[in-house]
Design a protein around this ligand. Structure first.
Ligand code: BTN
Length: 254
């Protein structure tokens, strides 16, 4: 990528035509001692991974599949914040590169016109309270022209929303540049404080009614955005405020 304007992120950029999963590949690189900031990119994934054990389809040549390997100076409890940093960075990069209005669906998705255009999967390797590395995988539907019957009502691509084709290299560079900057602000305070204002502006349906599908019981409430730890604040009908952790629940209406 010629125009990549970062100091450390993606300066070690590994590309392969086809891999199992860029996340799995980045983890292998992590085990082999690759430096923090290594990015793995592939044209096709044969075993792309989504959240909750689902698979993630990467048709050849039309999507971005990349993973960021980071060796952080913080603890495991902060690792999920990288998903928040990534979601913000993707939404900002899409807006700048395409002019489309991209919004964040907490905690893992970026949507355009209410449909999912990007999914994020963060995995980490930690031992005894210490993180060895974190891998944040980002999948963006860029020039995809059609989706399978099962997902076509919930998924979209930048092409389908604008009728234009985009350079994947330019978008990758845009995401990495914004991620490096946002990550720097995250390290400054050790939490998401300095990113909250930008994040809430892009959060879909903030201050609207949502449904939280918690394994311990479903409930509805009004979303009040996230706090500095990346938890979603939900006001329940009885007026109490609940903090919802990513990973535990799924949210409808957001
Ligand atoms: C989800 O929404 O369920 C998360 C999808 C994450 C997909 C990306 S594509 C690049 C990276 N490699 C993977 O195997 N998964 C992530």
């Amino acid at each position: 990528i010629s125009r990549l304007n970062t100091r450390w992120l993606g300066q070690n950029l590994l590309y392969q035509d086809e891999v199992d999963s860029t996340n799995t590949w980045a983890k292998r690189a992590g085990e082999d001692g690759a430096p923090s900031g290594t990015v793995t990119v592939a044209d096709v994934q044969t075993k792309g991974k989504g959240r909750r054990g689902k698979s993630w389809v990467t048709p050849r040549g039309t999507t971005i599949a990349m993973s960021l390997l980071i060796r952080p100076e913080f603890g495991p409890e902060q690792a999920s914040m990288l998903t928040i940093v990534a979601g913000l960075s993707v939404a900002q990069a899409i807006a700048v590169e395409t002019g489309l209005e991209a919004q964040i669906k907490w905690p893992n998705d970026v949507v355009v016109a209410g449909k999912k255009v990007c999914g994020i999967l963060t995995e980490m390797s930690a031992q005894m309270g210490y993180i060895e590395y974190v891998v944040t995988g980002i999948g963006i539907n860029v020039n995809t022209k059609e989706f399978s019957e099962e997902i076509k009502d919930v998924a979209t691509s930048l092409f389908l929303e604008s009728g234009r084709m985009y350079s994947r290299a330019a978008l990758i560079a845009g995401v990495l540049e914004r991620f490096e900057e946002n990550y720097g602000r995250f390290l400054e305070s050790g939490d998401l404080k300095l990113l909250l204002e930008d994040y809430q502006k892009l959060l879909i349906n903030c201050k609207k009614e949502i449904k939280v599908l918690d394994p311990k019981g479903h409930y509805s409430g009004i979303s009040h955005g996230i706090n500095e730890k990346g938890e979603l604040l939900v006001e329940r009908t009885d007026g109490t405020m609940t903090r919802v952790f990513a990973g535990e629940v799924s949210v409808r209406g957001l």
